[in-house]
Design a protein around this ligand. Structure first.
Ligand code: GTP
Length: 479
């Protein structure tokens, strides 16, 4: 019984919330009409939209905050009378409910459940908002027609423009919320370092806008939004659009003679539409850039990392190692270690290539536990791996090489839930002044050959005074 009630609650949670918030909205609207000049009705409407437009499982206080900041501010200072509160709320609920249902049913989402997943989702989402906007406008203007004898079609048209603009401005804010939350998880300091200056900048513009001539102010605002868009940061752009947009409309609304005398304020819609288009352009740029950046980082991940093991591939390792060795100065301690799995061919032959792949993956995972994170580690051949130890005065390179070799022989890997014994051989060389990466590699390879020659499961250090023992026709395998 309890379970059923709980299920019922979860299933109808958005609608119950809608009902509660709507009732609250209406009560607050009535009380405020009696006691104060401002209306919080739009704040509660905003919360409703926040609740309804997101998956209800994902809704938390941050969403409410973002919704409020993004879309409520323009309407907060309008002030409304009781009839208006009732009719606006009705129209809003209808708009919100239809918008919610349409988006829930028809919007395509990314794997993470975001609607604003890619560039093409922007027009899609605007299209899906249309039924809500049209029906909401018709209901609202019908009420205005009944209450104030407003011209029905004209009112519906202006209402539609108003609502469209609100959707354009606040939906990105709501839709961007999961990304914002993700970035909060990622690196708080970085986010704040970017956000705080931008917010201050926006507020400075808003302040200036309030003080100086309207057109002059828009000249300042629009480049700000475009600048934010060019930064490729979706959150900042949507935030910028909503903040600027909000105050922009507030200014326009304030400068007119009343919310309902549409015929006298024909330019409101024109200006709002222009701003909406600009806002959408900025948002589109931001989405495009952030998509491009994502693609770029994916490509560079693919270009520099080994598909199978995920560690640096030979090209990326060589490039980084060359740069590192050429930056070394006299007195620096650096070593190159080449590691090779013993008799890997046999593993493939006996267990199959697939198992061999699993061994390589598990082997890299194990080595990464032993090697300090900051050190260069890459796959330079089939079963051959390279490690460049540098700028680590606290680590004894010989000891670490011995640890790596012993680790594998003492603690077998686990493959398919079974222990998999494996040994490795390693060759190491310590950098001396003037040596290039190429030379280091050659000497490490000679030392590795020596370790293999001496019976495997061991490591050898290349010492210039000690004669290495290559076969007469020996050529280092990888150079
Ligand atoms: N499963 C798998 N095998 C690979 C991969 N890359 C290379 N190999 C195999 O690794 C084996 C390397 O064999 P060898 O160079 O003869 O060396 P080995 O058998 O380890 O012998 P020693 O190095 O002398 O101990 C070859 O059979 C390759 O086919 C890979 O990505 N996956």
């Amino acid at each position: 019984m309890i379970l059923t009630l709980k299920n019922f609650f979860y299933k109808f949670y958005p609608m119950i919330t809608l009902f509660i918030v709507t009732t609250l909205t209406t009560v607050i609207g009535i009380i405020e009409r009696v006691h104060g000049p401002f209306s919080l009705v739009w704040l509660t409407n905003a919360i409703t939209i926040g609740v309804l437009l997101r998956f209800y499982e994902n809704v938390n206080w941050r969403h409410y905050l973002i919704c409020c900041a993004g879309m409520v501010l323009p309407d907060l200072l309008i002030g409304t009378n009781l009839n208006q509160v009732l009719l606006m709320t009705t129209a809003n609920i209808i708009t919100i409910s239809i918008g919610y249902i349409t988006l829930q049913r028809f919007a395509m989402r990314t794997e993470e459940g975001e609607w604003l997943g890619s560039l093409h989702s922007v027009p899609q989402w605007l299209l899906l908002c249309q039924p809500a906007l049209i029906i909401g406008s018709l209901v609202g203007s019908l009420a205005l027609f009944t209450l104030y004898d407003n011209a029905f079609l004209q009112t519906a048209f202006y209402w539609y423009l108003n609502e469209s603009l609100d959707f354009i401005v606040f939906l990105p804010v709501i839709l961007a919320a999961p990304r914002i939350l993700k970035s909060f998880d990622k690196d708080l300091l970085d986010v704040f370092l970017h956000i705080i200056p931008s917010i201050l900048l926006l507020f400075a513009f808003i302040f200036i806008k309030d003080k100086i001539y309207f057109l002059m102010a828009s000249i300042l605002i629009i480049p700000t939004i475009i600048w934010l868009a060019l930064s490729g940061n979706l959150f900042l752009t949507t935030f910028g659009i909503s903040m600027n947009g909000a105050f922009f409309f507030m200014w326009i609304i304030h400068s007119t003679h009343g919310y309902l005398h549409f015929s006298e304020n024909i330019y409101i819609s024109a200006v709002r539409t222009i701003v909406a288009v600009l806002a959408l352009c900025a948002l589109t740029i931001a989405v495009a850039i952030s998509e491009r950046d994502k693609l770029f980082s994916k490509l560079s991940q693919l270009a520099n990392h080994d598909d199978l093991t995920g560690i640096l591939n030979r090209r990326a390792f060589t490039k980084a190692a060359e740069a590192l060795t050429s930056s070394l100065k006299k007195g620096d301690i650096c070593s190159m270690v080449l590691i090779d799995i013993d008799f890997f061919k046999k593993i493939n032959d006996v267990w199959g290539h697939q198992k061999g792949d699993k061994v390589l993956v598990a082997f890299c995972k194990r080595l990464k536990q032993v090697i300090p994170d900051s050190q260069l580690f890459g796959r330079v051949g089939g079963e051959e791996f390279a490690l460049l130890l540098a700028k680590t005065p606290e680590i004894n390179h010989q000891e670490l090489t011995a640890t790596i070799v012993n680790e594998l022989s003492e603690n077998p890997l686990t493959i398919d839930n079974e222990p998999f014994p494996l040994t490795i051989s390693a060759g190491m060389v310590t950098w001396s002044e003037g040596q290039k990466y190429e030379t280091l590699f050659k000497y490490a390879d000679l030392a590795l050959y020596q370790a293999k020659n001496n019976g495997r499961n061991q490591w050898q250090e290349y010492l210039s005074c000690q004669k290495m023992n290559p076969k007469p026709n020996f050529t280092p395998s990888l150079l």
